[in-house]
Design a protein around this ligand. Structure first.
Ligand code: NDP
Length: 273
C-alpha cells in the first residue's frame, strides 16, 4: 500500500514512513538500502556519522528509482560547526550520496558546549535558499534547545527526536505544535531495547492480528509522527511497512499513550557535544 505523505511548514511533502540506516554496516548498506527500495521505501534517513552515505548513494544509483521519487535526509555531525565548515560538510555528504541536493538536512545534536550553533543554523537557511537542501531541520533539539533556534526566525520543518511509547517527549510537544514543526520519531521501536511485546502493546497486537512492532508503528502514524524504523532484515522491512490495512481505536491509542514513563533508551542531548 502507498505510504501517506505529510506537508511540512515549508510546503514540501515528506513520506510519513521511511527507512533508517543508523548502525547499518557501511559494507552492507548498499544491499540493505536496495532491499528497502525494493520493499517500497522511498524515504531514507542517514547521517554523516553513520559512515554509510556512500552505500546509500550507491544503492540509489543502482536502483533505477528516479530522484524525484526519493526523499533523502542526512545530518551534520557535532564536530562540524560554523558557516564555512558546515558548507564543507554538506558538500562532502552530497558527494558521498552522489546527489546535488538533499531533501532534508538536519543539525544532528544541539551540542550545548558549542557557541556556533546559531551561525550553523543560519547557514542551513542559506542551503534552503540555494536549493542544496530542499527542507531543513534539527534533531535532538527538545524544549531546552528549540527556543534559541526559533529566535533566528528560521523555523525548522522537522525536529527528529527520540520518541516511542515509554518516552513521548511530553515537555516539547506544545512548542513543536505551536510552530507547526513535524516530529520525526527516532528509535521509534525503542531501538529494540524495550520489551514492548510484554506490555499492553502485545495484547493489542494479538487482538488486531499484527506484530508488536506493527502496532507501535501504527501508533506513531496515527499520532502524526514521521518515522523510519531500521532493520537489516528484508522480512521485517516488509512487516514494518504493512501497517496501512488496520487502525487502532481511540481506546487502544490511549492505552499505548499511558505507557509514557519519561524513560529514554539513549543519550540526553544535554550530555552530547
Ligand atoms: P528503531 O527503534 O528503529 O529499532 C531498531 C531495532 O529494532 C533493530 O535492533 C532492529 O533489529 C529491530 N527491529 C526492526 N524492526 C523490527 C520488527 N518488525 N520486529 C522486531 N524488531 C525489529 O531504532 P533506530 O535507532 O534504528 O531508529 C530508527 C532510525 O532513526 C535510525 O536508523 C536513524 O535513521 C534514526 N536515528 C536518529 C538519531 C538521531 O540522533 N537523530 C538517533 C538514532 C536513530 P534488526 O535490524 O535485527 O531487524
Amino acid at each position: 500500500m502507498t505510504v501517506p505523505t505529510l506537508t511540512l511548514n515549508d510546503g514540501k511533502s515528506i513520506p510519513q514512513l521511511g527507512f533508517g540506516v543508523f548502525k547499518v554496516d557501511p559494507a552492507e548498506t548498499e544491499r540493505i538500502v536496495l532491499d528497502a527500495l525494493e520493499a517500497g521505501y522511498r524515504h531514507i534517513d542517514t547521517a554523516a556519522i553513520y559512515g554509510n552515505e556512500e552505500g546509500v548513494g550507491a544503492a540509489f544509483a543502482k536502483s533505477g528509482v528516479s530522484r524525484d521519487e526519493l526523499f533523502i535526509t542526512t545530518k551534520l555531525w557535532n564536530d562540524r560547526r560554523g558557516a564555512e565548515d558546515t558548507r564543507k560538510a554538506l558538500g562532502e555528504s552530497l558527494e558521498k550520496l552522489g546527489l546535488d541536493h538533499v531533501d532534508l538536512y538536519l543539525i544532528h545534536w544541539p551540542t550545548p558546549a558549542s557557541d556556533k550553533v546559531i551561525e550553523t543554523w543560519e547557514t542551513f537557511g542559506e542551503f534552503r535558499e540555494q536549493g542544496l537542501a530542499t527542507s531543513i531541520g534539527v534533531s535532538n533539539f527538545d524544549h531546552r534547545y528549540l527556543p534559541a533556534i526559533l529566535e533566528t526566525g528560521i523555523v525548522p520543518a522537522v525536529d527528529q527526536i527520540e520518541l516511542h511509547p515509554q518516552f513521548q517527549q511530553v515537555e516539547s510537544l506544545d512548542l513543536l505544535a505551536q510552530n507547526d514543526i513535524k516530529i520525526e520519531a527516532w528509535g521509534p521501536l525503542g531501538q529494540g531495547k524495550v520489551d514492548y511485546a510484554n506490555t499492553v502493546i502485545g495484547e493489542i497486537a494479538q487482538s488486531v492480528e499484527k506484530s508488536w512492532a506493527q502496532v507501535v508503528i501504527r501508533w506513531h502514524l496515527q499520532k502524526g509522527h514521521i518515522l523510519f524504523p531500521k532493520t537489516n532484515r528484508k522480512e521485517r522491512m516488509v512487516e514494518n511497512k504493512n501497517v496501512f490495512d488496520f487502525e487502532l481505536s481511540a481506546e487502544q491509542m490511549a492505552a499505548i499513550d499511558a505507557l509514557e514513563a519519561g524513560a529514554r533508551v539513549s543519550a540526553d542531548p544535554a550530555e552530547v557535544n
